[in-house]
Design a binder for this molecule. Structure first.
Ligand SMILES: Nc1nc2c(ncn2[C@@H]2O[C@H](COP(=O)(O)OP(=O)(O)OP(=O)(O)O)[C@@H](O)[C@H]2O)c(=O)[nH]1
Ligand SMILES: [Mg+2]
Length: 429
């Protein structure tokens, strides 16, 4: 008897990047590597990557006809079912490739949307993904991954309407799509109003939000600071929903810390716009912790990409603190820390896994929120009582007994400064 394997076979794909300026070749290469990680997260096997040099984009088929014929032959040889473009394709371009070359073409945005759909858990996130998908025009989303259809069907999510369509090409009535967009937008507004009401009850607490490129370690840091157990994965876009928890810092002040969706380069505008409810925590924050994976060789580009998304959601004027993470992996490259400390003045270097320098981060949060000052203090030995009481109004970072007295580094609230003023030996701000 023939046995039917239930094991999921990953679709195979070629990745294609286009380079229009030779000076940008390396950038195109790095972007394609990131696309490979995205494809991997979307459970697609990448067989080969191609970069095509072109002077201009072909309106009809994005890349040239000769190139596509060549790709089609290679696809047949390697048993590859689809190609994924690193750039956003116009719907007609994907259609023409299918019609004229029998090439199934997806683009970066579709892969991101697919990952989002796999990872969205709360009603809010699911609605947001659905909204983004509709805006991107549902008809051009190809349901190639039957296992995803199964998973989605089983989870019974709010976006069930799009499920189980398999590979059927659907003629979508634009009016229906528009109605659905209107309905979801309304639903999201309702959720947002609810959230605002909930938020009012904790209005006094300052809000701190961890932002950063996807996979920077935001959820790991959130867990470390709150003792929570938010999903941490070495995958892109593990987190799609924002989670907030109260946390005590400094001298018993309560803050609300939130973990949120990661950013990535070339995020389509429609996607950012659809995630307004989730990004609300970012927009409402008193302080942003901008977390960066220091080991990623593209981390400086990531910083720029994050800043550009922050600008897009008008959160670029919120005070922020750059924090480099994963220093435990630096090994002998710890010199990178010194280099970055010079370039990004005032930045911190931590490990969310080992907990190294987390105390400095907490003190920094306290300092930034309370307009406090980080000071170097030198107390004569006879001021034991003052030193012992210091904890009541300052966060002590270090304490050393020297030949000249007790040297203390502490973050002190502006209004308490007068108590220790005469012992100030130096300040960082
Ligand atoms: N060695 C080391 N690994 C870390 C550290 N922080 C996070 N990681 C790892 O980095 C990966 C991503 O961590 P997450 O916390 O899920 O990252 P994230 O920023 O929340 O990612 P998204 O939600 O996908 O945007 C996981 O494999 C973590 O274990 C760190 O300080 N040191
Ligand atoms: Mg996360």
């Amino acid at each position: 008897m023939e046995s039917v394997s239930t094991e999921y076979v990953k679709p195979k794909a070629f990745l294609i990047g286009v380079c229009m300026d030779n000076r940008e070749y390396e950038k195109a290469q790095r972007s394609l590597e990131e696309l490979e990680r995205l494809a991997d997260t979307a459970e697609i096997e990448v067989v080969e990557k191609f970069i095509q040099n072109r002077k201009a984009i072909d309106k009809a088929t994005y890349v040239g006809k000769g190139f596509l014929e060549d790709i089609k032959a290679k696809m047949e040889m390697a048993d590859v079912q689809l190609v994924i473009f690193d750039n956003e394709l116009a719907p007609t371009q994907a259609r023409n490739m299918k019609r004229d070359f029998e090439i199934e073409a997806l683009d970066r945005t579709e892969i991101i949307l697919d990952i989002f759909q796999m990872h969205a858990k709360t009603k809010e996130a699911k609605l947001e993904v659905k909204l983004a998908e509709l805006k991107y025009q549902l008809p051009r989303l190809k349901k190639l991954w039957s296992h995803l259809d199964r998973e989605r069907g089983a989870s019974g999510s709010a976006s069930g309407a799009s499920r189980g369509m398999g590979e059927k090409q659907i003629e979508v009535d634009r009016r229906i799509v528009k109605d659905e967009i209107r309905f979801i937008t309304h639903e999201l507004e309702r959720i947002m109003t609810q959230k605002i009401t909930q938020r009012k009850s904790r209005e006094n607490a300052k809000k701190v939000c961890i932002v950063g490129y996807t996979n920077a370690g935001k959820s790991s840091l959130f867990n470390k600071l709150t003792g929570e157990n938010v999903l941490v994965e070495d995958k892109l876009f593990a987190t799609l929903d924002s989670t907030a928890r109260a946390l005590e810092i400094g001298r018993g002040d309560s803050i609300v810390l939130s973990d949120t969706v990661g950013f990535i380069s070339n995020l389509p505008h429609s996607l950012i716009a659809s995630f307004r409810a989730t990004l609300r925590d970012v927009m409402d924050a008193d302080l942003l912790i901008h977390l960066v994976d220091i080991n990623d060789e593209n981390c400086e580009e990531h910083i720029k990409a994050v800043k550009s998304v922050l600008k897009e959601i008008e959160a670029n004027n919120i005070p922020s603190q750059i924090v480099f993470n994963k220093i435990d992996l630096l090994g002998e490259y710890r010199v990178k820390e010194e280099v970055f400390a010079d370039v990004y003045t005032g930045s911190l270097f931590i490990s969310a896994v080992t907990g190294e320098n987390i105390d400095l981060l907490l003190a920094k949060i306290d300092e930034k929120l309370n307009q406090a000052s980080r000071l170097k203090l030198l107390f004569p030995f006879e001021e034991q009582k003052l030193i012992a009481n210091l904890h009541e109004y300052a966060t002590v970072i270090s304490k050393d007994f020297t030949d000249y007295g007790v040297s203390v580094e502490a973050v002190v609230n502006k209004e308490d400064l007068y108590k220790i003023k005469k012992f100030i030996a130096g300040s960082e701000n």
